[in-house]
Design a protein around this ligand. Structure first.
Ligand code: AP5
Ligand code: MG
Length: 218
């Protein structure tokens, strides 16, 4: 049966990094609600302005809007063999909706927690830079680009820093995670659908563990 891989973890844990590797190596589309809303937020519309404000405050976008976006995206053809969710679900309402989506689409849900202690997360997020062209994720401490401030694959593209990656915003995002998203770990482990990987190790080693879980080799 095809799978929906739900990558879970606190802000900065490495969900995006691992989802991109899974997409590249296993051919499963990465569906990052954070990235989708960052793209949407670039428009000059009232909705974009609202999304910008919520994201940069480190709060959650309404369940209703997020669910609509996920339903639409996952109904596309490239998702028929399964897909990776990065940053969704984040609330119990979203998790319940995902059960319905999975049944309708005929997929099984496999949640994977990328586990990183809180003290490491701030450095990961404040040090993060991303390429505006390809979305590659760098880190000034842990994964610096070859040329400082520029993407390895797009040397003319200056890397960007997310507006929600300041120490103060990260604190809010971590609180939001604790209150609204962490309870989902019990939800998935209670139904034997959660695997945990130690996310403090080298990102390639973390990936190897995730790949084994996703391919059913454990
Ligand atoms: P989102 O974009 O999902 O942000 P997040 O959950 O806070 O997670 P991050 O993207 O910060 O971290 P990550 O786990 O992807 O880590 P990464 O791989 O980049 O959401 C942003 C906002 O959008 C939310 O606050 C909310 O407003 C809204 N939103 C999104 N989804 C929503 C939903 N479902 N409902 C409601 N609102 C929603 O890695 C971090 C850094 O660490 C990088 O620099 C990377 O290079 C480095 N790194 C990664 N792995 C390693 C490693 N193993 N060793 C060393 N460094 C590493
Ligand atoms: Mg991310």
């Amino acid at each position: 049966m095809s799978k929906i891989v739900v990558l879970m973890g606190a802000p900065g844990a490495g969900k995006g990094t691992q989802a991109r590797l899974l997409q590249e190596r296993r051919g499963l589309p990465q569906i990052s609600t954070g990235d989708m809303f960052r793209t949407l937020a670039k428009a000059e519309t009232p909705l974009a302005e609202e999304v910008r404000a919520v994201q940069s405050a480190g709060k959650l976008i309404s369940d209703e809007l997020v669910i609509r976006v996920v339903e639409e995206r996952t109904s596309q053809d490239d998702c028929r063999r399964g897909y990776i969710l990065d940053g969704f679900p984040r609330t119990t309402v979203q998790a319940t909706m995902l059960e319905n989506i999975a049944i309708e689409q005929g997929h099984k849900i496999q949640a994977v927690l990328v586990d990183v202690p809180f003290e490491l997360l701030e450095k990961r997020a404040t040090g993060r830079l991303s390429c505006p062209v390809c979305g590659e994720i760098y880190n000034i401490y842990f994964k610096p680009p070859i040329k400082e401030g520029f993407c390895d694959a797009h040397p003319d593209a200056p890397l960007t820093h997310r507006t929600d990656d300041t120490s103060a915003k990260i604190k809010v995002r971590l609180e939001t995670y604790e209150q609204q998203t962490r309870p989902l770990l019990d939800y998935y482990s209670g139904s034997h659908r959660l695997s945990r990987v130690e996310g403090t190790r080298d990102l390639k080693v973390v990936y190897e563990d995730i790949e084994k879980i996703v391919t059913g080799d454990v």
